[in-house]
Design a protein around this ligand. Structure first.
Ligand code: MN
Length: 272
């Protein structure tokens, strides 16, 4: 081994590997029996291949520890220092520590995007890098499943997943620039997602456009920031029915998963 900066990877990284394995022990990837630790190992590997420093590679291993393993920020500060803790905190979009009582999906994601791509993240490119590696790992495992049925795993279905990945991923690709391997990989995966989704749209047929027209006049819910959920919400609803025009019940179910609330009483879309 030569004396490169990476030779500095040592006891701290080894300790983070052990912590990641232990903290996520017994957890599996959504909709599978793959041990969860595989995800954080992928994230850290993508970071190492992009020339990340030790803090970033460690943050990659631990990026889901607050959200999914109830680890606290102060514990991370004590074990790995402030910078690792700051990056992991920035990767966390849900602080409830309770998977059954997360805040509503749509406003939580809108806020998370603003936070991770905003001023806080400008100070440390590590935040964008670790988030990009997380997005890439999630995208790859979704795309490699090779089955559009995979999208039913996600709370907001194919539409929500696609909006989130394309919006967030697009901002991260820009932030990291094309000299970053991670950014190029993410950009390729996003292109692949775009192709898959456009094939799905074609397969689903006219109902997507018809339902979209019904939503043209509907006000966007509070907490939407600069985004309109409707094109994606509509895609999710029609995907759930396999291409048939969704009933009011289907829309109400989607509404609940996206916005964590009941559909407004006055909303009449003229559906069955
Ligand atoms: Mn993750």
């Amino acid at each position: 081994m030569t004396d490169t900066p990476h030779a500095a990877f040592g006891p701290r990284y080894a300790s983070a590997l052990a912590d990641a394995a232990m903290w996520h022990h017994g957890q599996v990837r959504k909709g599978s029996d793959i041990p969860y630790v595989s995800h954080v190992l992928s994230v850290s590997a993508f970071l190492l291949e992009d020339g990340a420093d030790e803090d970033e590679a460690i943050a990659g291993l631990l990026h889901d520890s607050i959200e999914d393993a109830n680890v606290t920020v102060s514990e991370l500060v004590a074990r790995y220092g402030q910078r690792v803790a700051d990056i992991v905190a920035a990767c966390t979009d849900d602080w409830s520590g309770d998977p059954h009582h997360k805040s509503a999906w749509w406003p939580r994601k809108v806020q998370h995007i603003a936070h991770v791509t905003g001023a806080a993240a400008d100070a440390d490119l590590g935040i964008a890098r670790v988030t990009a590696a997380d997005k890439l790992a999630n995208l790859r495992s979704t795309l490699d499943a090779g089955d559009p049925g995979v999208f039913s795993r996600f709370k907001a279905g194919i539409g929500g997943f696609t909006w989130y990945q394309q919006t967030f991923g697009g901002l991260l690709v820009q932030r990291l620039g094309s000299e970053s391997l991670l950014s190029r990989r993410l950009s390729m995966a996003l292109r692949e997602l775009g192709e898959l989704v456009s094939m799905e749209r074609t397969r689903l047929g006219g109902a997507v456009g018809e339902l979209g027209a019904k939503f043209a006049e509907v006000a966007v819910p509070e907490g939407s920031g600069p985004y309109s959920p409707w094109p994606w919400f509509v895609l999710d609803a029609v995907h759930r029915t396999g291409g048939a025009m969704p009933t009011t019940d289907v829309i109400a179910t989607c509404w609940q998963s996206w916005f964590g609330a009941s559909m407004p009483d006055g909303l009449s879309l003229g559906l069955r």
